[in-house]
Structure formats: C-alpha cells, structure tokens
Design a protein around this ligand. Structure first.
Ligand code: AGP
Length: 608
C-alpha cells in the first residue's frame, strides 16, 4: 500500500522524511522518493526497491531543507522503477506531488495536457496531477490544487509542494486516508499515523473533500470551494505495533476486514453496467483475438488454484468455452495439449511462485497466449504474461491468502463478463450480474459485522483434530479453500470434498468426532446438499452450515448455522469464504498459533 509523509518546520526535512518512510515499510512497497525545498527550488530523489536504495541516492547526492514530502509506492499503474516512483513533477520542476489512490480518468487528462504542450516522463496516473497544478497555478498553491482536483475522477490522498509558493505544503484527500500531525512550530502530513508517531501524538484526520494548507505558523483545512473548515484534534494513544496492524491483532484479520474495500477496488473503473460487460485495460487482445480462442487453461498453486476452479465454472457457464484447471507443478512436467488458440490464464498473488512461473513459460513456449491475474504489480509473472489484470488487493502480509483470493475470483468474473458478452452472454444477464457484483462490498461488510458469532463457533471447534469441508458446484472450490485456510494456520487436518463424493469413501470417516462444514447457500444445488447433510447427521457427524437464509430444511439438521446474504450462484464463493476465513483465523488464534507466519510456510514459494 502506498505511504505519504510530509514535513514543514525548522528541522532537517530529509532525515524526518526518511524516518517516516521507514515507519511505513510494513505496508509493503516497491519504490520510494522524496522532494525537498532546498532554498532554490524543489529537489527530488527517487529509487526503485527498498528505502535503503533511496538513502544511498541521498548520501551520494544530498538534499537539505526544512520542508518536504516523501512517498513509498505500491505500484498500480506502471512498473516499480525509479521513473515511476513518486514524487512526480511538472514540466519545469516547480511542482512536486505524492499520491495514494487511483485516478480513473488519467488517460483522458494526460491526452488533454499533452495537447497543451505538457510532456510526461512516467507511466503513472499520478504525474497528471503535477501537470494539472502547473496548468492551473495563478499565485496560490492551494487554489491550483483545488482546481486540479475538480478535474480528477477516482481516489486520492496527495501532498504537494512548489517553488512557486515555497513556504507551504498542500494536502488533500478523497477516498485515501490522510492526516496532519501537529508539532511545536512544525507540522506533518501522513497517510498513516505510524509515519509521524515518533514526532507527535496530536493529529487531525482529514475527511474526503478536505484540502489542508500547512505553513510554519500553523495549518488550515478548506473545502473544495476554499472555505475554511473546523476539524477536531485527536490524541493518539496506540503504540506503533498496534498501528501497523491498523488496530487489528494480526495482519490476516486486518486483510479479512479489508475485503469490502478490496473488492470495490478490483471493480473500480472496470465495469460497463449499461453494456453488461467489463473493460480490461491490460487484456492486450482485440475482440477478434479473444474470439479466436477455443480453449482455456488456468494454472496456479494453492489458494490461487482454488480461485481457478471457480473461474472454470464461470467461464464454461457464461462463455461456453472449454476450460482446464491445472496445478502449475503438474502442468509444467506433463505434455499438455496447447496451441495458438489456447489462452493460458495464470493466477498468482505474488507473481513470483516458481511452479506457476514455469508453467506459464511452458504454455508460452507451446504457442498459447498468456493472461496474468496478479496482485503484485511489476512481478515476474505480471511482466512476462502477454496481458493481464491486477487484482488491486494491496499488499497481502499474512501468509494465508484472504483478500487476494476474493479479488482473484472478482477478476475472473470481470474477464468472464468481457469474453461472455463477446460470445453467448446476453446484455440483460450481464447487467444482472454487474448489479449483484456492486452489492458485494456492502454484503461482505454485513458478514464481517457478525464476526463475533464466528469467534463463538471457533470455541466449539478449536480442539478438533479433523475437519471435512463439503460443497457442490461453485462451492466445491470454496470447500477446498476453507479447508486450506484451516489447515495452514491452525494445523488441524482438514479436507475439502465435493459433497456428493461422500458416499464414495469419505463417509466412512463420519462419527460424532468429525465436524463437517457444509457450504450450503441457497443456490441451484441446495436441495442436493440437504441430502448430504442428512447422510452426515444420520452417522452422528456434527454439521456447521454456511447458508444463505433461514431454511425450514436446515432446522434441526445443522448443529450450527451461519447465514450469508443472498446473491447469485457465481458470487456465493466470495461471500461464503469470509466466514470460513474468520473460522480458521479464530481457531488458530485460540490454539496460540503464529497466524501471520504459520510454521513451515512462506508467503511466496519461489522455489520448486
Ligand atoms: C494460500 O493461503 C497459501 N499461502 C498458498 O497456497 C498460496 O496461495 C500459493 O503458494 C500460491 O501463491 P501465489 O498466489 O502467490 O502464486
């Protein structure tokens, strides 16, 4: 996740900015930079990779001043390199901007500015802001920033400095957190209180639409008509460790609770509700090329393989094209049938998983076009696939994947809409699906609000030694994912199975010591699943049902029940996964495990 820190006062800005950036490292980033007013103008120093690279650039070519801004970048547009690192400047180097968020109309604005003679050097959406301010500047920096912001669609948290109006920092927020820190004759701006907690515990949280002007004599907060606003001063009593996890006990829990926002971000700017389809900037395939595809292979590992199975259902159901899902580790050593009409979709949160990377290269070598569904921008898989979509889930610190998984499913649905509407999917069905997609963030929040109910359930199951997770159709992969979540952080053995497979062996396992989790939303296979519930109950098994409404069928059958909001079949895996993530999390915590770094596991398996 990107990080912002700014300082204006009487001390050396560079050192304070670097210290603030170090405090933001935990959020994940891939490049960093500073802009400092050195008495003659704005000087920027930037570096790809870790902050230590930026420190080396600064020691080789120091910049001194008592006013500046800095940024750690988690790339969303443009690969993570020095050129794309923030701060970004205008044509003459008089304005420097750091930005968190996504500008949806950046391409349109860039084209207009280029028509007015502006030259761009980066691939980022952010650089547009510097040129808009340059274009609008007419004496006061805050006025130029406000004028620029009126033209922007999307989200931002920004900090701006300029040699044209050199004794101030202007900051603004819309959809991306930003706050001001209050010192003695010195002021700070930051995207996260951890960046400035070592300097001050008095902060002013900005609201969406606020524009803040910081000088050495104080600060003012304006609305976007430059009218002054009053904002409350808050006292921070958290310690740094708590802040880095956003007040949550673990990164995994924080990331589970981020899912309303991450699902929103995955859809942002990619839906065409009227046409009932999606727009995918990174597809890099014409409609004709897409239509020439007559088979799809999806390859991945672990949780990403589970989202692949859901994608298989979606694509075959809505696009009527054959899909094969392959474990990357198997695919790379088989002699798969691949040709130039094959599209190989490669799913990876990290974009660095060795088996998945090798499988992608094998598919490419055999003539397939490759399409990456990746979270980490600029990762190897993202760079080597012919096209792709970033899931925009932000850094996933917890080893057990949660928000990346649900965003992978969302990204697969965006692809399915695009391909389906070129083939046999009608506009009405496409619109219905999009309408249900847009309800998801709120529905996920409804589930999260009931997390205490799941924590109570965890007390019932924390000492078990085996679990079965059963589902059908779209929720067979959900069962696999629920089982993986539990086993990888609680170390309890858990298996996911197609519910109908029970009678072909696993039913021998059922007795009163075997808890069975049924993923049983009210979908097209609900009635079939009820007979599986009865099979388990008849043999003394204990049943926890994740279902979508109080059903007479379930009364007296399930020992425990958790209801998720109603939605269409293909979206039930996203909603049903949230209680399963929470169940695994709370059981693991109650067993005293290291939830964020479970034993034997790595966040990215970069070895075979
Ligand atoms: C999921 O919780 C695990 N951490 C693991 O299965 C992971 O999904 C797998 O290693 C694939 O990683 P990737 O998505 O980064 O390629």
């Amino acid at each position: 996740m990107c990080g912002i820190v700014g300082y204006i006062g009487k001390r050396g800005a560079t050192e304070l900015l670097i210290e603030g950036l170090h405090r933001l490292e935990y959020r994940g980033y891939d490049s960093a930079g500073v802009a400092v007013m050195n008495g003659n103008g704005v000087e920027t120093r930037k570096a790809a990779g870790k902050i230590v690279n930026l420190e080396e650039a600064l020691s080789a070519n120091p910049v001194h001043g008592d006013l500046g801004i800095a940024h750690t970048r988690w790339a969303t547009h443009g690969v993570p390199n020095e050129c794309n690192a923030h701060p970004h400047i205008d044509c003459k180097g008089n304005v420097a901007v750091v930005h968190n968020g996504i500008i949806e109309n950046a391409n349109v604005l860039r084209a207009e500015l280029q028509k007015h003679g502006h030259t761009f050097v980066s691939e980022t959406d952010t650089e547009v802001i510097a040129h808009l301010i340059e274009e609008a500047f007419d004496g006061k920096l805050e006025d130029a920033v406000i004028e620029a912001l009126w033209q922007i669609e999307g989200t931002y948290g920004i900090a701006v400095v300029s040699s044209l109006d050199p004794d101030k920092i202007v900051a603004a927020r819309k959809g991306s957190p930003l706050l001001i820190g209050l010192g003695e004759g010195e002021y700070y701006v930051a995207s996260d209180v951890s960046a400035i907690l070592a300097q001050t515990r008095e902060v002013v949280y900005l609201d969406d639409g606020d524009v803040a002007v910081l000088t050495r004599n104080g600060y003012t907060v304006l609305d976007q008509r430059a009218q002054q606003l009053e904002r409350q001063v808050s006292k921070i009593d958290w310690d740094l460790d708590q802040i880095e996890r956003g007040g949550f006990d673990h990164f995994m829990l924080k990331e589970i609770f981020e899912q309303p926002a991450t699902i929103e971000n995955c859809m942002r700017g990619r839906l065409l509700p009227e046409e009932g389809t999606s727009k995918l900037g990174g597809l890099n395939m014409t409609d004709d090329e897409l239509l020439s595809i007559d088979n799809i292979v999806i390859t991945a590992c672990g949780t990403s393989w589970h989202s692949a199975l859901i994608g298989e259902h979606m694509i075959e159901d809505l696009c009527r094209i054959p899909v094969e899902v392959e474990y990357a580790s198997e695919f790379r050593y088989r002699n798969p049938i691949i040709n130039e009409r094959t599209l190989c979709i490669v799913i990876s949160q990290s974009g660095e998983t060795a088996d998945t990377l090798a499988a992608m290269r094998e598919a490419k070598q055999r003539g397939a076009r490759t399409y990456g569904i990746v979270n980490v921008v600029g990762s190897t898989i993202a760079r080597e696939t012919d096209g792709g979509i970033y899931v925009h889930a932000g850094p996933e610190i917890g080893v057990a994947s949660t928000k990346a998984f649900t965003s992978q499913v969302m990204a697969l649905l965006l692809f399915t809409l695009k391909l389906g509407r070129l083939r046999s999917l009608g506009v009405i069905r496409g619109r219905e699906i999009i309408e249900k997609m847009q309800e998801l963030p709120k529905q996920i929040q409804e589930v999260l609000d009931r997390a205490p109910e799941i924590e109570k359930l965890a007390d019932e199951f924390k000492d078990e030694v085996n679990f079965l997770y059963l589902g059908r159709g779209y929720n067979f992969p959900t069962a696999l994912e629920g089982a993986l979540k539990l086993k990888e952080i609680s170390y309890i053995h858990a298996e996911g199975y197609p519910a109908a497979e029970m009678k072909h062996g696993p039913i021998a396992l059922i007795d009163e010591r075997m808890p069975v989790v049924f993923i049983a939303p009210h979908d097209s296979v609900f009635d079939k699943l009820m007979s599986n519930v009865q099979e388990v109950k008849a043999r003394g098994g204990r049943v926890l049902a994740i279902t979508s409404r109080a059903e007479p069928d379930l009364k007296g059958k399930a020992d425990y029940e958790f209801q998720i909001p109603e939605t269409i079949d293909l979206l039930t895996p996203i909603l049903a996964s949230v209680p399963l993530q929470l169940l695994a999390y709370y059981i693991a915590v109650k067993r005293g495990n290291n939830v964020d770094q479970p034993r034997n596991l790595a966040k990215s398996v970069t070895v075979e």
